[in-house]
Design a protein around this ligand. Structure first.
Ligand SMILES: CC(C)(COP(=O)(O)OP(=O)(O)OC[C@H]1O[C@@H](n2cnc3c(N)ncnc32)[C@H](O)[C@@H]1OP(=O)(O)O)[C@@H](O)C(=O)NCCC(=O)NCCS
Length: 140
């Protein structure tokens, strides 16, 4: 089931992000209270979408304005189309908001997410990309 995260989901969303820290990548400080609060605030602001499978949060997407900021799927639920479900939601949200673009950044070494973004119609912006981040845009 795809839904917006609630405040009560913040701990599970934070844990899923933390479990994926090497791929995103996340700062070691992400385990600290400040970042737990950051996740909770985004859940409260309705900026987090989750996919639930049998009562467990299998995937999560954090939006910051028109940027897909974090996108994570638990190891046990990968290659089942969950990330694509979340990206489809981001596209619907962008269309509803009358935004012309969605942005996403990927670590250059993160092949799975770059394949996913290209499959979903995102294109890399070479001028904005640097050694640390490849920047992708989807245009409607
Ligand atoms: C990247 C990630 C979100 C993909 O989630 P997912 O639910 O497994 O992806 P989906 O099943 O919806 O989409 C599958 C598509 O994504 C791409 N993809 C996913 N895993 C891949 C892999 N290991 N290698 C290459 N392409 C991959 C492919 O394009 C694939 O399409 P295909 O099955 O037709 O080849 C997931 O691997 C993940 O959580 N990784 C760790 C966190 C991360 O890197 N997040 C991105 C930065 S914030």
């Amino acid at each position: 089931m795809l839904r917006q995260a609630r405040k009560s989901d913040a701990t599970a969303v934070h844990a899923l992000l933390w479990a994926c820290r090497a791929d995103i990548p996340l700062t070691d400080k992400f385990i600290d209270d400040w970042y737990r609060e950051w996740v909770e605030q985004h859940c409260k602001r309705r900026a987090v979408w989750v996919v639930e499978r049998e009562g467990e949060i299998a995937g999560a997407m954090v939006m910051q304005a028109h940027e897909i900021f974090y996108l994570v799927v638990s190891l046990a639920h990968r290659r089942l189309g969950i990330a694509q479900t979340l990206i489809d939601q981001a596209k619907r949200y962008a269309v509803n908001k009358r935004w012309n673009t969605l942005k996403a950044k990927a670590n250059p070494g993160n092949n799975p997410v770059q394949c996913l973004l290209r499959k979903e119609g995102f294109h890399q912006d070479r001028t904005e990309s640097d050694l640390k981040w490849n920047v992708f845009y989807w245009k409607r």
